[in-house]
Design a protein around this ligand. Structure first.
Ligand SMILES: Cc1cc2nc3c(=O)[nH]c(=O)nc-3n(C[C@H](O)[C@H](O)[C@H](O)COP(=O)(O)O)c2cc1C
Length: 261
């Protein structure tokens, strides 16, 4: 376990008694299967070098024309505590945020997307024991987004304002690469568009250039294995609902040299 004095840089939070870290993923499939959005973290530091390596390695993600449009900030230690205090103040004065610079969801989100969004929200609050009627409690819990759910490390992802949908898709490839590499290292994450509700505060805090737009944040750390909010299941649509296969059966039998797809 890392002790305060042994951690390079300032990615340090007080240590807590040993609780076993999530099992590191052993393959890409395992990393995919074990990645989930984690919203409760152990109060333990994360190795600064490991985070730097992951932020660098994830840049092997593809991007159209190799534009590499992601711009990443990592915040930890005292600056992260300062950001949390700032967010407490901002939430007190603007509980609904400053207004996001992009639509987090389409304004008229229809079925089946709206149903899926509803279902995951209900599953999340059920795991926390917060009923739908208790809007205040739900709002208070949602506000934990703006503490990075007390994770030891926060990531912010920006993109140049001149970029369009293809480059925003590239951001997703980069961020998923980060999340899978975190799993390989036994760490966990939660991507967070909630941060997009405070674009000015975050850009000011980070001194991000005006030409950049905040896409999202990401909480990073070790999952708290005891927290029920980290174990509710999330569904995925059946294969036939989102994928169409044309000619795949034939392809299997016509690949030369006896190869298989
Ligand atoms: C770009 C992006 C933004 C997200 N924003 C938030 C967020 O602000 N707060 C949150 O709790 N979860 C957020 N999530 C997590 C999703 O709710 C989650 O990925 C989805 O419900 C599927 O669950 P899983 O990640 O556990 O598989 C976000 C996910 C993505 C990809």
């Amino acid at each position: 376990m890392l002790l305060r004095a042994e951690v390079p840089g300032n990615l340090v939070r007080p240590t807590s008694p040993s609780t076993s870290r999530s099992r590191p993923a052993t393959s890409v499939s395992d990393a995919l299967a074990t990645r989930r959005s984690v919203r409760a973290f152990l109060d333990r530091p994360v190795d600064a070098k490991l985070i730097r390596d992951i932020v660098q390695k994830a840049a092997r993600a593809p991007s159209g024309g190799n534009l590499q449009p992601w711009r990443i900030w990592i915040v930890a230690g005292e600056p992260l505590e300062r950001l949390r205090r700032l967010m407490d103040e901002k939430l007190a004065s603007s509980p609904r945020g400053e207004g996001s610079e992009y639509h987090v969801y389409p304004p008229d989100l229809a079925s089946p997307y709206a149903d899926r969004r509803f279902a995951v929200g209900e599953a999340l609050y059920r795991s926390l024991g917060i009923p739908r009627e208790d809007r205040d409690a739900r709002r208070r819990w949602f506000a934990r987004n703006w503490r990075f759910f007390d994770a030891p490390v926060g990531l912010f992802c920006f993109v140049d304002r001149s970029m369009g949908p293809p480059q925003w898709a590239d951001l997703g490839m980069y961020l998923q690469s980060v999340m899978l590499l975190l799993r390989e290292a036994g760490l966990d994450s939660c991507p967070q568009e909630a941060w997009a509700l405070f674009p000015r505060t975050i850009a000011d805090f980070l001194s991000a250039p005006d030409g950049l737009m905040l896409f999202c944040g990401m909480a990073i750390g070790e999952a708290d294995p005891e927290a029920p909010v980290n174990s509710f299941p999330t569904a995925r649509a059946p294969l036939e609902e989102f994928a169409t296969f044309i000619g795949l059966e034939q392809a299997e039998t016509t690949i030369p040299f006896g190869g298989k797809l």
